[in-house]
Design a protein around this ligand. Sequence first.
Ligand code: 5CA
Length: 443
Amino acid sequence: MRLSNYFLPVLKENPKEAEIVSHRMMLRAGMIRQQSTGIYSWLPLGKKVLDKVCAIIREEQNRAGALEILMPTIQSADLWHESGRYDGYGKEMLRIQDRQERYMLYGPTNEEMVTDIFRSYVRSYKDLPLTLYHIQWKFRDEVRPRFGVLRSREFLMKDAYSFDLDCKGARAAYNRMFVAYLRTFSRVGLRAIPMHAETEPIGGDLSHEFIILADTGESAVFCDRQYLDMTVPDNDIDFSNDAVLATIVRQWTEPYAATEAMHDTDGVWAALSASRKIAARGIEVGHIFHFGTKYSEPMGARVAGSNGQMWPVSMGSYGIGPSRLVAAVVEASHDEKGIIWPEAITPFHIGIINIKPGDILCDRFSETCYHQLQNAGFECLFDDSQERTGSKFAIMDLIGLPLQIIIGPRGTVSGEVEVKDRKSGKRKTVSLETAINYITGKQ
Ligand code: 5CA
């Protein structure tokens, strides 16, 4: 992509409404634009990152055996009357009336709707286990929307829902999602710690929040330092082996980890040595729940067991906020100059800066570099603009692509370009050929 053909509305000044780094940098890098309180548009650079995050989430959901569907954003209030949640949900729910004066709502979550889908088709335990998920916008009229897309009113959610004949099956489904979450967050470049958590307003008796440690996090969290060294299961993990998954979940839940609401200052925490205690702030990027028959019972989602008797299915729900996750990555990975994208979700792999467009050698080198890297499958953002050199460097650092190739008149006369690693800031002067071979050889 040539910058001259792109839409990258970077801001020179720090937007004053942005209190935390991720909000500030996402606005400055032209990733998002606020349209109304807690409601954002995603501009090209932001949309690319969001799509990459969703692609990783999808891969891991599919690997864990979940099936993708797409449910609407607008729901009928009738379903929520059936589950008994319509009144209790309070002002967070955006309630709408259509032209027929039917009561509708903009979905804050989809337990009711997915339970309705399930009960319409599934009758037998032979069709279980079943886990359905979708990635869809949600609306919650939060009391305090803030920090940009970290806590917005409209936000993207991946929500999965599991259906099993009994509690044992539901626990296995919970474990599959638990392990899928460990892998998902690790793949986007984050260390997420599963912590015992409250179950409201979804309900149930077992729940974990996946938390990223960050000073700007909204909640106080407490955990064992051991979590920072634990190894995430690799991609040949067998999701059909319940015993293996249960062992992994046990390992990842044994060391102490709790959100403020569940924190017990006595017992295990008190016994931990001071050097192992982490009392910090955290961002919740995922939340999983087992709630048994809370929805299947009142909504009549029953299946026949092996003896023919009908049972309400045992359910769980599993959420990740992809839009929040993008901001969480920025919180975790930046420096004073801007964002530093992890390889897996960077909007472009390489930034190519032509310092002097119009100069014959600079143009030739830049074009060769751009074409060869694009052809080798790398996504490149090629700054072919007439901006000042300082400003080109600042923008490239701000948008945080992992690798930069800087092509200027001084180097090109001796056939050389500069390769800069965004994270370490280290620069190397090498021939154009060496630079291209080095990068393409990394594939
Ligand atoms: N139905 C369940 C699980 S599918 C549920 O709604 N869980 S939740 O309320 O915990 O939300 C799931 C995830 O959505 C959270 O972990 C968080 O990553 C994201 N999320 C929740 N509220 C917001 C918000 N206001 N802004 C951005 N992301 C949010």
